[in-house]
Design a protein around this ligand. Structure first.
Ligand SMILES: NC(=O)c1ccc[n+]([C@@H]2O[C@H](COP(=O)([O-])OP(=O)(O)OC[C@H]3O[C@@H](n4cnc5c(N)ncnc54)[C@H](O)[C@@H]3O)[C@@H](O)[C@H]2O)c1
Length: 272
């Protein structure tokens, strides 16, 4: 029998909590949840106590010591602190806070190659990453991501302050930003994950176009991905519902992390 993959989770919120329960429920024959870690230790302890066998609750530095695969589901700062160290130790990592990779991706990708470790980035809240990856192998000429968010979800974005924009006052649906993924990430740092994921799968941070749309009729997050290349033309649209545990996180992102784990642990893979 193959050895059980030893898994640790850093960040036990909406995504980490559900993954912890899924590992124990669905992957007992292939994986063992060894460690949970959260800044709020009580949160990690409460989830650990629901599970059998009970995983240890440890500080972040200890997670790569005890695990083959580390799931980051906390925030960008944790990505920058944890991911290079874990990869350097030859550990595999799943990163959910993809925006956290923007400043360190060159180092992280090189480390993964050098140490023969896997760095996994789930599709998250957007559909079409599989098609984009396939299209890239034949040549892609343009990638455009249009993200629609309710005005409240954009509150505090540096781009809005810089331009003196107040999305609350808009009379109709409006494109409030259009530019490169790199500039979108700089201007809307709370909304970076999908733009970063699309960039890493496709044409990179400077060639990927992003439009941010908001207005009074928009109550949930949606993402439209348009790709053109040698294969033809592809458009996907994902209308997300929020996760029941965290209204800022799309439920599809939680499910995408579970699907990626299934793919890693399952010898049969469907899709690119
Ligand atoms: N890739 C995507 O498409 C996508 C979609 C949604 C969310 N996300 C990202 O995934 C991450 C997790 O999302 P969530 O909804 O589970 O968030 P959440 O707020 O529900 O949970 C995050 C948890 O991380 C913990 N945490 C914070 N700092 C920590 C630290 N230094 N060490 C250990 N734990 C720490 C918090 O206490 C919290 O329990 C977020 O960064 C979010 O932006 C990605």
């Amino acid at each position: 029998m193959a050895e059980l993959k030893r898994i640790g989770i850093v960040g036990c919120g909406a995504i980490g909590g559900q993954l912890a329960r899924s590992i124990v429920r669905f992957f007992q024959d292939r994986a063992r949840l060894m460690v949970l870690c959260d800044l709020d230790e009580r949160k990690a302890r409460a989830i650990a106590d629901e599970l059998a066998p009970v995983p240890e609750v440890l500080p972040m530095e200890s997670v790569p010591v005890h695990c083959d695969l580390i799931i980051e589901a906390a925030n960008g700062k944790v990505v920058r602190n944890l991911v290079p160290k874990a990869l350097d130790m030859g550990r595999d990592v799943i990163v959910m806070s993809v925006g956290g990779l923007v400043e360190i991706y060159e180092e992280a990708f090189a480390l993964a190659r050098r140490k023969n470790a896997n760095l996994w980035i789930p599709s998250g809240a957007v559909a079409g990453i599989d098609g984009l990856e396939a299209a890239m192998t034949g040549g892609v000429t343009s990638v455009c991501l249009t993200t629609r968010k309710p005005p409240a979800a954009l509150e505090g974005a540096p781009y809005l302050a810089e331009k003196g924009l107040c999305p609350d006052g808009l009379a109709e649906e409006t494109v409030i930003f259009e530019g490169s993924a790199r500039d979108a990430i700089r201007g809307f740092p709370q909304n970076v994950n999908v733009a970063a994921t699309v960039s890493f799968a496709g044409l990179g941070l400077d060639q990927t176009r992003v439009r941010v749309v908001t207005g009074p009729g928009i109550s949930t997050n949606s993402h439209e991905l348009e790709v053109e290349g040698a294969f033809g033309r592809m458009t996907t649209r994902t209308d997300n519902v929020p996760s029941p545990q965290n209204p800022k996180t799309s439920y599809l992102a939680v499910l995408s992390a579970c699907a990626m784990l299934n793919e890693i642990l399952n010898p049969v893979k469907v899709g690119t």
